[in-house]
Design a protein around this ligand. Structure first.
Ligand code: FEO
Ligand code: CA
Ligand code: CA
Length: 624
């Protein structure tokens, strides 16, 4: 946590909203009862049609909360690993089960610990591109001897296992195969040259010894969730970049706001690569924490960091077209007490592209403030905002230290904003808030034990809606679901159906099915407050009835993150990240399969993050 501003927290907003409504003694659950009017209006056209035909969106039999070391799906569905860490993205080298592949081999293989993903259909064919982030590495499992004997080669391999993987895939029979070789397949890693676009390109604070122009960054890192644009590009979001840097001297005010130095930096890159020593290259951290745009259809294209979208620990970037063709980008900054942001392009995207201006380079950034009366507003982060003007902030000050600007304008401090998606037709957005509680509970266990109902250890899903268009300055909000176990009276939960907690990945399918993925932290999985919840999982909610049913449970130690369907909804791609993560401490390179051997089982050398394809045995839409 690095937000020391005295801005209002979302919890305080909720408490005020509850007391306004006269829900004495109530908490989040009571607030969740104050819903947006006209839930029927929250549905998209396809969904509304299904509802009016009397059908529920949840046609499958829910699965139990499993703690097995496998992917569990409902009867009538089949999960199949499409590609896993270390598999070649094209005609490159095969994975060595002892993790013995070199740094240059890793640069041609699927990266480690995959996260957000998008499927791009290649028009009029049975081919498509699958693009998935590789968020971070567990360097203990990345090498045969773990982090011992650290070297430049090890730094390079770790950097090359980060970033983004692009593969070409083909429908075959009822399933999918990776096309090898492919002219689309590529890796974008922590070592790939990337341009800087937008207002902050060339700013003095982005210049380093290796790049005196401030316009050419080496690499993208900590690529968490994602987005995609109407012009068919992919957005990858740099999240926990502060963990990448070593800083021994006292941090500046701006560094402190971004958590540099990080308390728990786990990488040893700084030992062999000067750019990760922030004492020597103080501007290098400013070159991370951006949204990066990639053209997946041109493997020779250079990715671009889009500085107009601001710099923070970007979780994802949901792009939504407004009525007049401008694009709106909804973004969360995933850390305790950080904010939710919106970007609005200045021009309709087609007009901007025609004028050779990227729609993500020219627009206005906003940050959200939530009101106790159920209203909310987007506060502009511009030099003309009176609060920023009084403080003398330039546009580049705002874009590079976006968190500091948001502090000044009075944004609402949220419970760790993760993924955001939209029900386009009903102008409604949904966002996961994983939970803020772990550290706060640790800080004051006695008060917490005395009043367990105050604990929101399970997180929630927030919802807001605009009246006429996505570009409006204000909105109304409610809580779609307060996560947890509805059968446990000791905690508040408004879940209707299967229990879950720590919602993270969130995805609205074309049919209106709302997919929810969980990221219960490693120490909490299936124990303590989460006893009986099983491994991390994915559920499906019907947005009209709010009924929620468990669809998938991942293998041991994993997080389920990344989900997308084909346009016909008959194939779903799901990311399984960090199976076999040690519940406490680090993994042991001498015993890499101690906590999981998924997906390779006895034949494999270590657990591997992977992308899984799910199909329905009768060929129907997923979830039907
Ligand atoms: Fe990378 Fe906030 O999850
Ligand atoms: Ca996440
Ligand atoms: Ca998470």
């Amino acid at each position: 946590m690095s937000n020391f501003s005295d801005n209002e927290t979302f919890e305080e907003v909720i408490a005020a909203r509850v007391s306004r409504r006269g829900f004495l003694g109530g908490g989040l659950a009571a607030a969740a009862l104050t819903t947006l009017g006209g839930v029927g209006a929250l549905t998209d056209a396809a969904h509304a049609a299904a509802q009016s035909a009397g059908g529920s969106l949840l046609g499958f039999q829910g699965v139990r909360a499993s703690s097995e070391d496998t992917v569990v799906v409902p009867k009538g569905y089949t999960p199949k690993v499409l590609i896993a860490w270390g598999d070649p993205v094209s005609d490159g080298p095969a994975f060595k089960q002892d993790a013995g592949n070199s740094a240059s081999e890793q640069a041609r293989q699927w990266g480690m610990h995959n996260d957000g993903l998008v499927y791009f259909e290649i028009d009029g064919s049975t081919l498509g591109l699958l693009v998935q982030n590789n968020e971070y590495t567990d360097d203990v499992l990345l090498f045969p001897d773990g982090v011992a004997n650290w070297s430049r080669e090890k730094t390079d391999k770790s950097l090359n296992a980060h970033g983004v993987s692009v593969i070409e895939i083909a429908r075959q029979g009822g399933g999918w195969r990776v096309v090898r070789p492919s002219r689309y397949a590529r890796r974008i890693t922590g070592m790939t040259p990337i341009a800087v676009g937008g207002p902050a390109a060339g700013d003095g604070r982005l210049k380093t010894t290796a790049d005196p122009t401030g316009r050419n960054v080496l690499g993208t890192l900590q690529n968490c969730a994602m987005g995609f644009t109407p012009w068919k590009t992919y957005l990858t979001c740099e999240e926990n970049f502060n963990f990448c840097f070593r800083k021994t001297g006292g941090p500046t005010r701006w560094e402190r706001r971004y958590g540099i130095p990080a308390a728990e930096s786990s990488y040893r890159w700084h030992e062999t690569d000067k750019r990760f020593r922030a004492d020597e290259e103080p501007n290098e951290p400013n070159r991370f924490g951006w949204v990066v745009e990639i053209d997946p259809f041109d493997a020779s294209s250079k990715p671009v960091k889009r500085t107009a979208l601001g710099r923070f620990k970007h979780e994802g970037a949901r792009v939504q077209e407004a009525r007049d063709g401008r694009v709106v980008v909804l973004m969360g900054d995933d850390e305790q007490f950080e904010y939710i942001y919106r970007y609005v392009s200045n021009r309709p995207w087609r007009e901007a592209l025609k004028a050779k201006v990227n729609p993500l380079d020219d627009g206005v950034l906003y940050v959200a403030r939530f009101g106790a009366d159920g209203s909310g507003e987007w506060l502009p982060l511009t030099p003309s905002n009176p609060k920023l003007r009084a403080a003398g902030w330039s546009l580049n000050d705002i874009l590079i230290n976006t968190r500091g600007a948001a502090d000044l304008v009075g944004a609402t401090k949220m419970d760790r904003p993760e993924w955001i998606d939209t029900f386009s037709a009903s102008l409604t957005a949904v966002a996961t808030l994983t939970n803020n509680s772990a550290r706060r509970v640790e800080a004051n266990p006695r008060a917490d034990a005395a009043n367990p109902r105050r604990r929101n250890v399970y997180g929630h899903i927030l919802r807001w809606r605009h009246r006429r268009d996505w570009t409006e300055p204000d909105f109304e909000w409610d809580i779609f679901a307060l996560a947890g176990d509805p059968a446990n009276r000791a905690h508040e939960s408004t879940v209707k159906g299967d229990k879950y907690g720590s919602p993270d990945g969130l995805y609205v399918a074309p049919s209106g099915r709302l997919w929810i993925q969980t990221d219960v932290s490693k120490a909490a999985i299936n124990s303590g407050d989460y006893a009986g919840f099983g491994n991390n999982q994915m559920l499906c909610a019907d947005p009209a009835t709010r009924e929620t049913r468990r669809f998938l449970v991942g293998p041991q130690g994993c997080e389920v993150t990344g989900v997308f369907v084909t346009p016909d909804e008959r194939t779903m791609f799901v990311g399984i990240q960090h199976p076999g993560e040690a519940p406490s401490g680090a993994n042991d390179p001498a015993n890499p399969k101690r906590f999981s051997s998924w997906p390779d089982g006895p034949a494999g050398g270590r657990p591997r993050s992977a992308c899984v394809v799910i199909t329905k045995d009768d060929g129907g839409p997923i979830g039907s």
